[in-house]
Design a protein around this ligand. Structure first.
Ligand SMILES: [Zn+2]
Ligand SMILES: [Zn+2]
Length: 235
């Protein structure tokens, strides 16, 4: 009961917050908490690698050189924006300053932009945080994004299918190969993903190492296919 009241209060305070643009504070043409001019200014990713969402200069290419050389385990990767101003700042606010409204705005816009076609996943699974990190942050940002996508696309979300079993600390300063090594065997996957097409959800794709390791854990547990979804991609 108390939790439900708290949830309603939080919801109402977010809705009030959404009456003005989360970026410029204007109140004009607000949709999902952001005004039309600010929406148009978000750094759209444009043409990108179908497997890892790396932006590609040549529009006739479908894959980046790395994915051509060694195809990643995920069958596709879908991302809305560059991890650049102001999307990067909104994601930082969402992750580290408890600005849930910023996260919800980006996730709602992403739900509309990335809407899956006929090959929709059976189940959405967020990239998990280690329980200790989730406890200190209070929430898992990927889970909140997956909830919004799942609600909009009418696909169930399972935030327990994948678990982070070993903490890996900050990966920010590490190169891709170091990240892969650091992350190996750090995810455990529940066998009920067996036979399913999974939509793996994260906030930002940086080197793709987390995605790759999480995806391998899902496939090893029997998932038949993994499609990745994220808000932003570092160039
Ligand atoms: Zn604005
Ligand atoms: Zn690629």
């Amino acid at each position: 009961m108390v939790m439900r009241l708290l949830g309603q209060l939080l919801e109402r305070s977010i809705d009030r917050h959404l009456a003005v643009c989360i970026l410029c504070r204007s109140g004009a043409e607000i949709e999902y908490g952001i005004c039309a001019p600010c929406r148009r200014d978000l750094p759209a990713l444009g043409h990108a690698c179908a497997s890892c969402a790396l932006p590609l200069p040549n529009t006739t290419d479908h894959h980046c050189p790395r994915c051509l050389r060694k195809p990643p385990p995920q069958s596709s990767c879908h991302t809305c924006w560059y991890y650049a101003y102001p999307v990067a700042q909104l994601i930082q606010r969402f992750k580290y300053q408890r600005d849930l409204a910023a996260g919800r705005t980006l996730a709602e816009l992403a739900a509309r932009q990335l809407h899956p076609g006929p090959e929709r996943p059976d189940l959405l699974v967020p990239v998990p945080l280690h329980w200790r990190k989730q406890l200190s942050r209070g929430y898992n940002q990927a889970q909140l994004i997956a909830d919004t996508l799942g609600h909009s696309w009418r696909i169930p979300v399972d935030n327990r299918a994948l678990r982070k079993i070993t903490p890996t600390g900050s990966q920010q300063e590490l190169r891709r190969s170091e990240r892969l090594k650091n992350l190996s065997n750090s995810f455990a996957c529940d066998p009920h993903v067996n036979g399913l097409h999974i939509g793996l959800v994260d906030d930002v794709i940086t080197t793709g190492a987390t995605l790759e390791v999480a995806c391998r854990a899902l496939l090893a547990a029997g998932a038949i296919r993994v499609s990745a979804y994220a808000l932003a991609r570092t160039p």
